[in-house]
Write a protein that binds this ligand. Structure first.
Ligand SMILES: Nc1ncnc2c1ncn2[C@@H]1O[C@H](COP(=O)(O)OP(=O)(O)OP(=O)(O)O)[C@@H](O)[C@H]1O
Length: 376
């Protein structure tokens, strides 16, 4: 049963510089579905469009094109105010998302009242305390009377999560929910989100730069590059057998727990991928990654086909010419743009010779491995 469907979402922004006026496409034909009890992770480097997708879903931005549709358990379309009960967002910055002048109780009572989830002072107070207990903020009565500055960053984010649950949300959009928190408490907050998701069968969109937590906490991963989803599949498949050269670069740039350096740095001598905003995307509809791709071919300037391996829950899609029949035997790109003749890359970014393959034989080492950590 579908809870939220994003279809062919496009978001353009207007850019003005003096008298010049241009349009910039931040999100380009993004589609995915969120279902109860499952987490979809949206990963990609800074500027790839992840937060814009979240903001459109949360109705903080209007889409330029495409649709976002929420449906209830009977398949009926949810619109208007009910949509705001149904879809809630947890923001990156717990310091900015809570009003410093109001108590924790006020932050929870307001949505409970607004969405008709409790009535009367006593009922509201009781429901607010129940929410605090659910996010492990105890003793709830004492926490309820505090103001945000009296709480740690982790505690504030727990209040923000409780506030998201207050209207009875079925879909939670968590936009980098732990990136501003101390490393030592991040897993505790993510484990809390995972528990609430299981208990309430929430549909969660988890936005992150971090491949390790994306793999651990999500069922499906979508990799975004310059507004487009360039790869998608089951979390383990995307991390352990990445197909798109960009995902391979991201995986290679993931921090090495032993040395503390990015693996790309170790392999290539220089390093992690540049931010997506560093260079403007190519003006045509070819692959936006081709300027940085070590396997770029001339064919990459043509509109990129989607290639899917596997089926159902194991379907694994890459938006890349390397896997297309037409690319076999394609001429290599001119010198300086990287070279490959239909060769699928290995994880060190080297092109393997021979025809492209649907199932790359080289897989990255499991640096993004799963590891359970208790909720704190
Ligand atoms: N209101 C806006 N006006 C103009 N450009 C914008 C606006 N909001 C976002 N952008 C641009 O859209 C692109 C995508 O931004 P977005 O914040 O969605 O990326 P992101 O992947 O979430 O990055 P980060 O991880 O740093 O938050 C960026 O180039 C950004 O500068």
């Amino acid at each position: 049963m579908t809870t939220l469907e994003v279809r062919d979402l496009v978001k353009d922004f207007s850019l003005r510089s003096g008298l010049r006026h241009a349009r910039f496409r931040a999100v380009d034909r993004v589609s995915f579905t969120l279902v109860p009890g499952r987490t979809v992770a949206l990963v990609g480097e800074s500027g790839s469009g992840k937060s814009t997708v979240a903001r459109v879903i949360a109705r903080l931005e209007k889409p330029t094109a495409g649709t976002v549709t929420a449906v209830d358990a009977d398949g009926g379309r949810i619109g208007g105010r009910a949509y705001r009960h149904h879809v809630q967002m947890v923001f990156q910055d717990p310091f900015a998302s809570l009003n410093p002048f109001h108590t924790v109780e006020h932050h929870l009572v307001r949505p409970l009242k607004l969405h008709g989830r409790a009535h009367g002072r006593e009922d509201l107070r009781r429901r607010a305390e129940q929410l605090l207990e659910r996010v492990n903020l105890t003793p709830a009565a004492s926490v309820a009377g505090r103001r945000p500055h009296e709480l740690s960053g982790g505690q504030r984010q727990r209040v923000a999560i409780a506030r998201a649950l207050a209207p009875g949300a079925r879909v939670v959009i968590a936009d980098e929910p732990v990136s501003m928190l101390d490393v030592s408490i991040r897993l505790g907050v993510l484990n809390l989100l995972a528990r609430l998701q299981r208990e309430d069968r929430l549909a969660v969109l988890y936005i992150t730069h971090d491949l390790a937590t994306a793999r651990h906490f999500s069922d499906e991963i979508l990799v975004m590059y310059r507004g487009r989803v360039v790869e998608r599949g089951a979390a383990d498949d995307v991390i352990l057998t990445p197909r798109h050269p960009y995902t391979r670069l991201l995986a290679a740039a993931a921090p090495d727990p032993e040395s503390g350096r990015g693996r790309a740095e170790l392999l290539a001598g220089n390093g992690a991928p540049e931010p997506a905003t560093a260079t403007p995307p190519p003006a045509d509809s070819g692959c936006a990654f081709r300027d940085r791709c070590p396997h770029a071919m001339e064919i990459c300037s043509r509109p990129v086909p989607e290639h899917t391996a596997g089926a159902g829950e194991r379907s694994h899609t890459a938006l890349c010419w390397l896997y297309a029949d037409e690319a076999r035997g394609a001429r290599p790109a001119p010198a300086g743009t990287g070279a490959a003749t239909g060769a699928a890359p290995d994880t060190a970014g080297r092109a393997r010779t021979g025809a492209a393959t649907d199932t790359p034989t080289n897989t990255p080492t499991d640096t993004a491995g799963r590891g359970g950590t208790a909720e704190r």
